[in-house]
Ligand binder design. Structure first.
Ligand SMILES: N[C@@H](CCC(=O)N[C@@H](CS)C(=O)NCC(=O)O)C(=O)O
Length: 102
């Protein structure tokens, strides 16, 4: 897998944390270091991050990437086993940490 992103990209960092938590190897590709216009062929939206699975399979949008990673590599899970806490923390990770610590 290749992760197209850049330093200080909060959405990209979210994906990097998930990849790290799941212990998945990936190649980090710094988009600013790419030739002008090259990233537009990877992700026409122009936003980062994008995850390249190979064979032309590219996923954009960090939320979609996280959902893909969770469905494809479920262990360890990104979300709490408690559906209420898991979904609420996914939607708003800084809210009510005392009530949803799992
Ligand atoms: N909803 C997108 C947001 C991605 C996004 O807005 N990325 C910004 C940086 S955080 C970006 O690539 N901006 C274009 C640029 O910096 O050239 C996601 O979660 O992946």
């Amino acid at each position: 897998m290749k992760l197209y992103t850049y330093q200080r990209n909060s959405a990209g960092e979210r994906v990097r944390i998930a990849l790290g938590l799941k212990g998945l190897a990936y190649e980090y590709v710094s988009v600013p270091a790419m030739p002008e216009g090259a990233y537009d062929r990877i992700n026409p939206q122009g936003l980062m991050p994008a995850l390249d699975l190979g064979e032309g399979q590219i996923i954009a949008q960090s939320g979609a990437i996280l959902a893909f990673l969770e469905e494809t590599f479920p262990d360890p899970p990104l979300l709490s086993p408690d559906p209420f806490c898991g979904r609420r923390r996914a939607a708003s990770p800084c809210s009510s940490p005392r009530r949803c610590t799992r």
